[in-house]
Design a protein around this ligand. Structure first.
Ligand code: FAD
Length: 303
């Protein structure tokens, strides 16, 4: 019987493990891919406090991991398939067996949907991005393309226009899913140019992004847009399929939490990008992870 199982070893899960280790809670950490999570898709991070020059994400995650391992904890290769409640105990089912635990912290993160077009994977971190808050400042006075028609795409287009020379907003329809007020604000921004009824078919360049081929779905005509960045916002999917019938989620699958990271079920806490919240960043994932471990600790003391 374990006190705590942490599902996912990204920034949220590793910080939860750090705090759990220091609380001396008997903890296991299960990770299905590689320790570090989504941030490893980016070679460096420039908005993590304490590193004014930026830091390599591999170095940062190595430090996170070492700090956890120094407490005697280790990240185990386990893909969690299901969580089955049994009274006040939970059975965590993985590909290799069933593990009993009194509490669970879900830190399983999310992933950005890809367009699946030529050049997209090749240029991730070299002009292709899925996060305006993270990478916007790197595109000062550059020409960029934003792809998408929802709130996130339009909010990030506005944010990116603070840095970029010009933002081409490519959307496959002529109407937006985003709220009307936001659409009006974007239309009023002189730096944002609309490329409607259009889809991006290819991202091209030598070492970095240099242009994108955009096709008008009504006329069938291709247009080459010169740009140094392509920001893609066509949806974020939380990794919560294994738990979604057990706890409350919103319609997109993000776990509903309160300020102390409690979910709708006693003994289960959630933190980081898998939860419904305001800011999806490393620093907030770490804060959420610490809070989740504190709440799990308090729950264990009471039970
Ligand atoms: C390209 C890119 C660039 C970014 N740049 C920045 C930046 O500059 N600054 C910044 O602050 N943020 C940045 N972000 C956002 C940041 O990466 C996330 O906010 C952060 O990683 C969230 O941490 P997390 O621990 O909640 O989730 P994740 O990092 O997604 O980690 C979740 C982990 O859980 C594991 N997992 C999922 N399901 C299971 C399961 N069933 N069983 C076991 N393990 C499971 C996953 O494999 C993963 O390792 C960027 C994101 C991307 C994609």
């Amino acid at each position: 019987m374990h006190d705590l199982i942490i599902i996912g070893a990204g920034p949220a899960g590793l910080t939860a493990a750090l705090y759990a280790g220091r609380f001396k809670i008997y903890t296991r950490i299960f990770e299905k891919l590689s320790c570090g999570g989504q941030i490893l898709l980016s070679p460096s991070i420039e908005n993590y406090p304490g590193f004014p020059e930026g830091v390599s994400t591999f170095d940062l995650i190595d430090k996170f991991k070492k700090q956890v391992e120094d407490l005697g904890l280790k990240v185990e290769d386990e893909n969690v398939l299901e969580v089955i409640p049994d009274g006040r105990i939970y059975n965590v089912k993985t590909e290799s067996g069933i593990f009993k635990t009194k509490t669970i912290i879900i830190a399983s993160g999310a992933f950005s949907k890809r367009l699946g077009i030529k050049g997209e994977d090749k240029f991730i971190g070299k002009g292709v991005s899925y996060c305006g808050t993270c990478d916007g400042p790197l595109f000062k006075d550059k020409d960029i393309l934003v792809v998408g028609g929802g709130d996130r795409a339009l909010e990030d287009a506005m944010f990116l226009a603070n840095y970029a020379n010009i933002v081409h907003l490519v959307h496959r329809r002529s109407e937006f899913r985003a709220s009307g007020i936001l659409v009006d604000k974007v239309k009023a921004n002189p730096k944002i140019k609309f490329v409607l009824d259009s889809v991006v078919e290819e991202i091209a360049g030598e070492e970095k992004v240099e242009r994108a081929r955009v096709k008008n779905v009504k006329t069938g005509k291709d247009l080459d847009i010169l740009c140094q960045g392509v920001f893609i916002f066509v949806g974020i999917v939380p990794n919560t399929g294994f738990i979604k019938n057990l706890i409350k989620t919103n319609e997109s699958g993000f776990i509903t939490i309160d300020q102390k990271m409690h979910t709708s079920r006693e003994g289960i806490f959630a933190c980081g990008d898998c939860a419904e919240k305001g800011l999806y960043q490393v620093v907030s994932a770490c804060g959420d992870g610490a809070t989740a471990a504190d709440s799990a600790h308090k729950y264990l003391l009471k039970s």
